[in-house]
Design a binder for this molecule. Sequence first.
Ligand code: AMP
Ligand code: TRP
Length: 329
Amino acid sequence: MRIFSGIQPTGRKHLGNYIGAIRQYVEGQDRGDPAIYCVVDLHALTVPFDPHALREHVYDTAAMLLAAGLDTDRCILFRQSDVPEHTELTWLLSSVTAHGDLNRMHQFKEKTARQRELVSAGLFIYPILMAADILAYNAHEVPVGDDQRQHVELARDIAVRFNERFGETFVVPEVRIPEVGARIMDLQDPSSKMSTTSASPAGRVLVLDDPKTIEKKVKSAVTDSGSEVRRAPDKAGISNLISILSVVRGVEPEQVESEFDGQGYGAFKTAVAEAVVEYLAPVRERYEEIRPDEKALEKTLEKGAERAHAIAHPIVDDARRVMGVGPAA
Ligand code: AMP
Ligand code: TRP
């Protein structure tokens, strides 16, 4: 079982990223053969960015993943741009990707609507690069949050179309989305997902927020005029807090509901705040230790890239060969 996932380099990973994705990466380390995790700096070029900040954010994200518990003796952690097979395979796969499919991607539509500057061609072909990330490793399983489901489905379609056209070459990957916590919602606007770019900073808990800030954000989370701690379509705020607490404590949402039955929102929010603080504190502490040593981080990424390259190279070579690109083997 080969596992692959990618994460964008930013300095501001939030609780949604942690619960939806990072937690799964850590869990996958001992199932993956191997588990491969990639900081996708090339994806970050598709929206406006600052070159200096980009490099820093790769270190921020790598340090965050290590602080969360990734152990490079048990997984491969690397920077996307260090393995050129990703970009080469993107081009090869573009010949079996329908323009119309790219046009249907929700994330493309959302990001285009928000973009006031140039809408780059890169933003449009972003999902092909993501498919290349996955297919270059013949990954079986792709752990992501719910917002990436459509992209992984496209990667599957691309693999199937490639195999039909050129012969069995790629593994068709399966998406892995957590049962609870696949879509953590914004604390100030529980009808939208928690995101790095949303309007209100109070709506997202950052992994590196200090305990006071976390407490304040959780306690001021938007709820409803009722008082019952239970999940319901018209109780988006409370439902979200129930998901968060159940994941953080490692219990079923039903258990959270029965524990707080009749207790009111105040006591419930206090418990959520405490649990989140306790959950993130060790990650923040380890991060503070790991992040300053950029030389060590660079070395870790470099070693990861060597291992990643050894897997991707023969697979992408096969793809070229069956497509008639370059000399016969
Ligand atoms: P990104 O930072 O956009 O690269 O996202 C990294 C991972 O976090 C992806 O697997 C996303 O699906 C996941 N993710 C992002 N936002 C959320 C959220 N609000 N709830 C759950 N998972 C999320
Ligand atoms: N697009 C993903 C996101 O924004 C990141 C990503 C890039 C990814 N390549 C990937 C996720 C490959 C899974 C597999 O979150």
